[in-house]
Design a protein around this ligand. Structure first.
Ligand code: FCB
Length: 471
């Protein structure tokens, strides 16, 4: 990839990003807030799921997490000190509507009101996400996302949050990673609510998309300036290195992971191959006339959460992966190479090819990297966390993003996952993704070397050419 051009002209020795490029960091409510019983918050599916034996490593829960609910003002000061221009957080539905619908809990909205004011007072633009997986338990009890009604409840909730924050928030994200919510939540069962039914997952995916469309339309009517949908997207790579439909396993996994969400939201239709798989797993009765028109709302931004490509190969006789119905005979092993502490392959070029594919196939929508980052086994020594590997990961992915922009991708910004170490779902607190270390015993925050490096990147609006570390 080219490191000799810049997206806006450039200067010798630097890789420069365009003026106004959005630099920031991301978190999510259940992963950082804690205060799970305070100010009238209702239960979410993650409160219940994390209490089930064996579902989360060492029985960890989000009860306290990073205690951000109480420490948000300090955390915003920390963000401002790092020079962040944008902060992506999620709003907890059960704080706002404790039983998912019905009367609004004003105390729940007060928290986000205070947070948004604090961010704006420090020059940090708020990027709220309305759904980052913490469905009110009361709605799960009615069927969760397998129930069509939940999509309508989601739009009501979006409207209630907009009514409070819409005077100060410009960009609204509906969903985070509907593939994960549907297929890890309702099919493989490794996420809340822990169901294991392919048919339920396809229904849930459709109702999540419907909820996105209904909420996007309601937000637009209420005056939202920019609307975004955040997807976990990945290039799918076959044994020959080919992407995008070059072999049957590549097509199948690409359909389920990427096109199942991209095509309805951005083109108003489901891919035929995905419908065939869904039809074999419970049928298509949940898709009603007019749904795709609702789902296909104009949106300004597609949020991309990129961590690694998916590697697939023919594996005759292999059972289907639990998260990919219909994937009998497909192997999912990555080739040997460097990985993060999650065991996820480190492939920065995957971000470049993903951004280029999206700008080729869906040119009408602006792109924003809403999550990218890595877990490593960080340790504090003499009050410092020397996370050279994370700097290397971030540096390489930013170079890949820059290369894609130089080749024409309409990328507007980059939000690192995550601001803070936090509750990493089924892995509990064992995996540290933060650029800021959290000592959970004391709640002390220690900016890692990567945070200090990122501050430099932001202040220079770019990277130095040399190997990471010589700046
Ligand atoms: C994404 C999630 C985020 C975090 C990262 C590591 O799938 O959106 O909450 O867990 O992975």
């Amino acid at each position: 990839m080219s490191t000799t051009t810049s997206a806006n002209g450039g200067e010798p020795g630097r890789l420069v990003f365009p003026d106004g490029f959005v630099w920031g960091a991301a978190t999510a409510a259940y992963q950082i807030e804690g205060a799970c019983d305070e100010d009238g918050r209702g239960s979410s599916i993650w409160d219940g799921f994390s209490r089930l034996p064996g579902k989360v490593a060492d029985g960890h829960t989000g009860d306290v997490a990073c205690d951000h609910y109480h420490r948000y003002a300090d955390d915003v000061r920390l963000m401002a000190g790092l020079g962040l221009r944008a902060y992506r957080f999620s709003v907890a539905w059960p704080r706002v509507l404790p039983t998912g619908s019905g009367p609004v809990n004003p105390l729940g909205l007060d928290f986000y009101d205070r947070l948004v004011d604090e961010l704006l007072a420090h020059g940090v633009t708020p990027y709220p996400t309305l759904y980052h997986w913490d469905l009110p338990q009361a709605l799960e009890d009615m069927g969760g996302w397998t129930s069509r009604d939940v999509a309508y409840r989601f739009a009501d909730y979006a409207t209630a949050v907009h009514a409070r924050l819409g005077d100060r928030v410009r960009t609204w994200t509906t969903l985070n990673e509907p593939w994960v919510a549907a297929f890890l939540g309702y099919c493989s069962g490794v996420h809340a609510p822990g169901r294991r039914s392919p048919a339920a997952a396809f229904r849930a995916a459709h109702h999540l998309l419907l909820g996105h469309g209904l909420a996007a339309s309601a937000l637009r009517t209420a005056g939202a300036a920019e609307i975004a949908l955040v997807l976990n997207l990945a290039p799918v790579i076959g044994p020959d290195g080919g992407e995008d439909g070059t072999s049957a396993p590549v097509t199948l996994v690409d359909g389920l992971l990427n096109r199942q969400f991209l095509d309805p939201a951005l083109r108003g239709r489901y891919p035929g191959d995905v419908l065939d798989i869904a039809a074999r797993h419970g049928g298509l009765g949940h898709i009603e006339d007019g749904d795709l028109e609702i789902i296909h709302q104009p949106i300004e931004l597609l949020g991309i959460n990129y961590y690694n490509p998916s590697f697939v190969s023919p594996a005759p006789g292999a059972p289907a992966s639990r998260a990919f119905p219909g994937s009998e005979g497909i192997g999912f092993d990555p080739p040997p190479g460097p990985t993060t502490a999650m065991g996820w392959p480190i492939v920065p070029a995957g971000l470049e090819s993903l951004l280029l594919r999206l700008s080729r196939d869906y040119p009408e929508v602006g792109l924003l990297v809403t999550e990218n980052g890595a877990a490593f086994d960080d340790v504090v020594r003499d009050g410092r966390v020397c996370d050279t590997e994370r700097i290397g990961y971030l540096d390489a992915h930013l170079r890949a993003a820059h290369a894609a922009m130089s080749a024409g991708a309409d990328l507007r910004g980059y939000l690192v996952w995550s601001l803070l170490d936090n509750f990493e779902w089924a892995y509990g607190y064992h995996k540290r993704f933060g650029i800021v270390y959290v000592d959970y015993a004391t709640q002390r925050r220690i900016p890692k070397d990567s945070a200090l490096w990122y501050r430099e990147v932001i202040s220079r609006n770019g990277l130095s050419y040399g190997a990471q570390g010589d700046r």
